[in-house]
Design a protein. Structure first.
Length: 76
């Protein structure tokens, strides 16, 4: 599973990346987490408000800092 965190480095974007890694550790398995800070790539996803949370190319959330449990529910 490929998880992408869309954002330019704001506090919420960084916190979402940390929460995603904690969620992955909680459920186990192999999942990659990639930080995407290229504005054009973020816009290609149609995300206007960051942070964005993308799983296997599908935007699951934008403009919201998801909790670890919310991420676990999305990726499991």
């Amino acid at each position: 599973m490929k998880i992408e965190i869309l954002g330019t480095g704001c506090t919420k974007c960084t916190a979402l990346e940390v929460a995603a890694k904690q969620a992955i550790a909680k459920i186990g398995g192999f999942h990659s987490v990639e930080k995407v800070d290229d504005i054009q790539k973020i816009m290609d996803y149609g995300v206007i408000s960051t942070p964005g949370f993308v799983v296997d190319g599908e935007v699951k959330s934008s403009g919201k800092l998801l909790s670890v449990d919310e991420i676990v529910n999305i990726i499991s």
